[in-house]
Design a binder for this molecule. Structure first.
Ligand SMILES: C[S@@+](CC[C@H](N)C(=O)[O-])C[C@H]1O[C@@H](n2cnc3c(N)ncnc32)[C@H](O)[C@@H]1O
Ligand code: SF4
Length: 433
């Protein structure tokens, strides 16, 4: 049995391999033309001109804010995160986020924001006053839905009760805590700055201030046994979190672990861990609704669901990705990745390093790459709504996947089968081919 390679849910999924080359530059757009000089009306006009697609409605819009610093770089981490080394330029970064957001406004004019995710890196390194300033900038520039889910990622080791109370009163209504493990030996092997006691204390502070929170745990850790993984998952469930994210550790290229690979459980052992997780979480009343995500009733992560349902997101901050739909096109953007380059270029009025329009031929795969991660799949009319294509565009691939027993479909829904979930990469690949 081959375990599914997890894709973490906190950042927007990376565009399909090869897409940037396949897509065409969004001409007339800030990254492609004469950005700083163009007026907001000209910028919006360039995106609204006739194009290859005809979307009947625009999808829900989310906001992602990236904070690119951490106390220390973990050896397994390939996120856009950089060791602080002394201090980080909080004031300057907040000013850049504000001007980044201002420059993006013509692209999302009049659209409400349904969810916000402040991720990293370690955004909980931000001071209470800094986070408050960020939230009031966002509120003053964007119309937020009254029931908006506003999540912040937080690392144990940065938890101070006062600061988290203040985050709550600034408007954060959901925390996502990077526990990873409660076991001292594994936390050390992962290079984490916190110990088991701090992990527990972080959850207690979260409990006291937030009714909605998520715990991130990883399994299949270096030299981890099935019993050790079980005791981590049981400890997490013991805190009754509304949401759990349980990730299979992956050895990502360009990380310390890729160069110096630790000994990790083999495929059979990690498959046993997955079975153990399925048992413990369902006994405790969690619905396993996405590859790595488990939720109590009514507590699915709305922000991540919007990614998986091919919704729109504006990403601001170093290296953040955006996907924004217009009536006749869908555009992807990426901000400058290195904090220094991001700060310099944003100061000069051009935070976007790369921008391209999704080609019609990429849309079927891009939609399925995301939606097939959902255990309950999706209603087939969502495909047309989000891509502007009819479901016939992927009929051949749907038939092939069905014939292999990887996919179920009826007149209403399309979803991966049990086998399709086990071999998700193979199932997704059919839509790429
Ligand atoms: C944006 S990351 C980091 C959030 C936060 N800075 C932290 O580490 O606590 C979100 C989650 O992705 C998971 N993750 C990061 N790298 C991973 C890897 N190589 N394999 C599996 N999960 C990983 C971790 O569980 C982590 O909490
Ligand atoms: S704390 Fe989180 S984001 Fe930072 S290096 Fe570690 S895993 Fe990556």
């Amino acid at each position: 049995m081959i375990p599914i390679k997890p894709v973490r849910h906190d950042q927007a999924p990376t565009p399909a391999a090869g897409s940037p080359a396949a897509g065409s530059p969004a001409a007339g757009s800030p990254a492609a033309g004469s950005p700083a000089a163009a007026s907001p009306v000209e910028v919006a006009g360039a995106f609204l001109r006739p194009g290859a697609l005809q979307l009947s409605a625009l999808p829900p819009l989310s906001l992602y804010v990236h904070f690119p610093w951490c106390v220390r770089k973990c050896p397994y981490c390939d996120f856009n995160s950089h060791e602080v080394r002394g201090s980080f330029p909080e004031e300057e970064y907040l000013a850049a986020l504000r001007s980044d957001l201002e420059s993006a406004l013509p692209l999302i004019w009049g659209r409400k924001i349904y969810t916000i995710f402040i991720g990293g890196g370690t955004p909980s390194l931000m001071s209470a006053a800094g986070l408050d300033r960020l939230m009031s900038d966002i509120r003053s520039l964007l119309p937020l839905d009254g029931a908006a889910e506003i999540t912040m990622e937080a690392n144990p080791g940065t938890f101070e009760a006062d600061k988290f109370r203040s985050y709550r009163s600034s408007g954060i209504n959901r925390l996502s805590i990077g526990i990873q493990s409660f076991n001292e030996r594994h936390l050390q092997a992962l290079g984490r700055i916190h110990d088991g006691g701090e992990a527990r204390k972080a959850v207690e502070i979260a409990h006291a201030n937030f009714d909605n929170f998520n715990l991130d745990l990883m399994y299949a850790l270096p030299s981890q046994t099935l019993e050790e993984a079980r005791s981590d998952v049981a400890a997490a469930i013991g805190f009754a979190p509304p949401h759990l994210s349980l990730y299979h550790l992956t050895l990502e290229p360009n990380t310390y672990f890729a160069k110096h690979p630790p000994v990790v459980p083999d495929d059979d052992a990690s498959a046993e861990m997955q079975d153990m997780i399925a048992g413990l979480t369902s006994e405790a009343g969690y619905q396993h609704y996405e590859v790595s995500a488990y939720a109590k009733a009514g507590r699915k992560a709305k922000h991540n669901l919007n990614y998986w349902e091919f919704g729109d997101y504006l990403g601001i901050g170093a290296g953040a990705h955006s996907k924004i739909s217009f009536p006749h096109r869908i555009v992807r953007q990426m901000r400058y990745k290195q904090p220094k380059a991001y700060l310099e270029n944003t100061r000069a009025g051009r935070p976007i390093q790369e921008e391209f329009e999704l080609g019609r031929d990429d849309l079927g795969f891009e939609f399925m790459l995301n939606a097939l991660r959902l255990n309950d799949g999706f209603e087939s009319n969502l495909f047309a709504e989000r891509t502007g294509l009819t479901i016939n565009a992927i009929d051949k691939a749907l038939n092939a996947a069905e014939a292999k027993g990887l996919l179920y479909r009826d007149h209403r829904i399309i979803r991966p089968t049990e086998l399709g979930r086990r071999f998700l990469n193979d199932l997704q690949q059919i839509f790429l081919d």
